[in-house]
Design a binder for this molecule. Structure first.
Ligand SMILES: NC(=O)c1ccc[n+]([C@@H]2O[C@H](COP(=O)([O-])OP(=O)(O)OC[C@H]3O[C@@H](n4cnc5c(N)ncnc54)[C@H](O)[C@@H]3O)[C@@H](O)[C@H]2O)c1
Ligand SMILES: [Zn+2]
Length: 663
């Protein structure tokens, strides 16, 4: 291909990848592949500058403002970082620096936290606003979301400057990521792909009560502003720590590039011991005066460079592909591998995700495959070593029937996964459903664990969750390792669970897509199970936050005769299948009978949150102002016509703080 054509093609491709990565949080290629394409384009543009396109991704920060939030211009521009994957590139960088700065140079080495970058502006010690990097010039104002993160100080301590910015990375530590995914899987939803994109996506949620549920963390790495009285990067990190920011202690000051290389080697090996994901080391010229002299290119500071770790990869043999059946009937193909050491652990199994993935990679049993451990907890197969494939190898045939109950599998149009639809008769689904029902966030049955459930089903003592409530001590005593006392506790635990409130019972029923939050929403809209059972698709979709996917799943559930029978039995046993006032905390009736209209952009809470707060406190929200409207809650940039109408009708206009005080 002609260089001119190639430049055009790469530019277009990289723009698309940037969009997928920064706006959709759904990249389709690895960071390494992305960086290699970018380097290829840089090289071509260097050789043929006349063909470089305006707005080339080599010349600008890759992100964008999303327009879902208020757009705010940064006081000082946010840049990307030049990156390198080899020691040679790093030494080249050192040479360039030394050419411009004579004499000894010291560096600060920091870990490169892999999350989403954020600019926090502080005025008189208080967090004024939090803005995403966006395109570097301006970003999305996500203050309400960022305020929910505990490691973001709202009020500083010590001797801080009157006004300045802190640059930080919002990350989702591994542990929180795993917990979040376990909850999603329990609710029958697809797990998130990796911590970075989940962290970045979380910042852009419209509802900050949702953000509050995500265990995000904020790691600070720079202080920016006028007349700050700081002389080195290392010292700014120390000061930031004193003012109350979370600054990882791994950062170190280095006096030579040899020491820098040592730091890199150390962390390349030990990064898996950290609680969050890192994708490299950032090396910064330490002296801020030197930094000023070095300045910036169009895209990145000349005084810093990222050394990026390669994702760890090993080759091993794939012995067998097996298929797991989940509680919702979803089938997951699993690669059973010849055990191999990778990133500090022995890997025996890797996820193959779904049929499309197997086809895309053309993975087959007996192949030698490349296994990688990126941000994901479960390692994944990223490719096949085709040169080692046996000549008589045959393409993988995805199973057509359930490996547990032999029912023909189904795959809905547009869905990635195959499902076993034999919900009532497929053993792992039966066990999985009861295990979900008794789990901590559902019925939380004391004295009963997942393994006992599996045993009870295997022994034919129970077939569904309703059967739990007719269990007799005599039935379970003969079970292995079941003493008199534990049998008694178990029966008692089951009886006690009859008091568990309705939203948790509804969640426990295991209706696909009905997680904890959705269950609460449904309980509020349909105060008892009969109302929910009779709700039509339209009724369900009329509820805020309930889309067609959830609505269909609910009606499908109740369309099944066995499910209706189960629920009737649960009702007869005395479980809570109707809402009590206290079930949906926090609630009050201080706004009861009052009608609200919301307009404009808010700083302390999002629109959705505001709406929820009004409804939770008994008020009503409508779209347009009429004679019935009691209050107009006005944010910034409110439409002039709404304001005029409110004034004409004498509607009381209140701001966000006044509203919050009302409740
Ligand atoms: N896979 C894809 O499709 C795709 C698309 C676009 C970008 N990307 C990836 O994103 C990278 C480019 O993103 P970028 O422009 O944000 O650059 P970058 O992530 O490589 O580096 C800049 C960012 O690093 C962060 N950072 C973390 N720790 C830091 C520290 N200690 N000091 C300073 N900064 C620190 C900051 O938020 C800063 O904005 C590429 O290298 C590529 O790997 C991937
Ligand atoms: Zn089955």
């Amino acid at each position: 291909m002609e260089p001119k054509e190639k430049i055009k093609l790469l530019t277009k491709e990289l723009h698309q990848h940037n969009y997928r990565y920064y706006v959709l949080d759904k990249p389709s290629i690895s960071d390494y592949d992305f960086d290699m394409k970018l380097k290829e384009l840089e090289e071509l543009e260097r050789k043929h500058p006349e063909w470089a396109l305006d707005n080339s991704p080599t010349q600008r920060v890759g992100g964008q403002v999303t327009k879902n939030f208020k757009t705010v211009k940064h006081d000082s521009r946010m840049y990307s970082l030049a990156n390198s994957y080899s020691k040679e590139e790093l030494l080249d960088w050192e040479k360039r620096v030394k050419k411009l700065i004579p004499g000894e140079i010291s560096y600060t080495c920091e870990l490169k936290y892999d999350g989403a970058s954020i600019n926090l502006t502080y005025q008189n010690g208080q967090l004024l606003r939090a803005v995403t990097r966006g395109d570097g010039e301006q970003g999305d104002e996500v203050t309400a979301n960022v305020k929910t993160i505990r490691s973001v100080p709202l009020q500083l301590q010590g001797d801080f400057p009157a006004r300045f910015d802190v640059r930080a990375e919002i990350v989702l530590p591994y542990e929180g990521f795993a917990r979040l995914n376990a909850e999603r899987v329990a609710a029958g939803e697809e797990p998130y792909a990796n911590p970075r994109n989940t962290a970045s996506g979380s910042l852009k949620l419209q509802d900050s009560t949702e953000v509050a549920k995500r265990p995000l963390d904020c790691l600070a790495y720079a202080v920016v502003g006028q007349d700050l009285n700081l002389t080195t990067q290392f010292e700014s990190l120390k000061s930031a720590r004193e003012w109350g920011f979370k600054v990882p202690e791994e950062a170190q000051q280095m006096n030579s590039i040899d020491e820098v290389l040592h730091f890199i080697n150390y962390w390349d090996e030990h990064r898996h011991d950290l609680p969050y994901e890192t994708d490299g080391v950032v090396i910064k010229v330490n002296n801020l005066q030197h930094q000023d002299e070095l300045g910036f290119t169009a895209k990145a500071p000349r005084w810093a460079i990222a050394y990026k770790f390669k994702a760890e990869q090993v080759e091993t043999k794939l012995n067998q592909i097996t298929y797991q059946v989940g509680r919702t009937g979803a089938i997951t193909p699993v690669a059973n591998l010849e055990p191999v050491q990778l990133a500090g652990t022995v890997v025996k199994r890797a996820s193959l995700h779904n049929a499309d993935q197997i086809e895309k990679l053309d993975v087959r049993e007996q192949d030698y495959v490349y296994v990688e451990k990126g941000g994901e907890i479960i390692p994944k197969i990223v490719g096949v070593n085709f040169s080692k494939r046996e000549t008589d190898s045959q393409p993988t045939k995805y199973i057509t029937n359930c490996p547990e109950c032999d029912t023909v599998l189904k795959r809905e149009e547009g869905e990635a996964l195959h499902y076993c639809v034999n919900a009532a008769g497929c053993p792992p689904q039966i066990v999985g459903r009861i295990q979900h029902f008794i789990s901590r966030k559902a019925m939380d049955i004391e004295g009963l664990g997942g393994e006992t459930v599996a045993l009870l089903v295997r022994e034919g003592i129970i077939k569904n969750y309703a059967d739990l409530y007719t269990l007799q001590k005599e039935q379970i005593l003969p079970l292995e390792r079941m003493a008199d006392k534990s049998a008694e506790n178990l029966i008692q635990g089951i009886q006690k669970s009859k008091a568990v409130p309705y939203p948790r019972v509804l969640f426990g029923l295991g209706i696909r897509f009905v997680g904890e939050t959705v269950a609460k929403t449904l309980c509020k809209a349909f105060p008892n199970i009969d109302a929910l059972q009779e709700a039509s698709l339209e009724d369900l979709q009329a509820v805020n936050e309930i889309g067609i996917r959830i609505a269909e799943s609910v009606t499908d559930f109740f369309a099944i005769e066995q499910n209706r029978e189960l629920i009737k039995r649960l009702k007869d046993y005395g479980l809570q299948l109707a809402i009590e006032e206290t079930d949906l905390s926090p609630t009050s009736s201080v706004l009861s009978g009052k009608n609200f209209v919301i307009s404009g952009v808010f700083t302390q809470v999002s629109r959705n949150e505001l709406k929820k707060l009004i409804e939770d406190n008994g008020g009503k929200v409508t779209g347009s102002i009429s004679g019935n409207t009691d209050f107009l809650v006005a944010g910034e940039n409110m439409g002039p016509s709404k304001l005029a109408k409110a004034e004409k009708l004498n509607t009381q206009i209140i701001d966000e703080s006044t509203f919050l005080n009302m409740i």
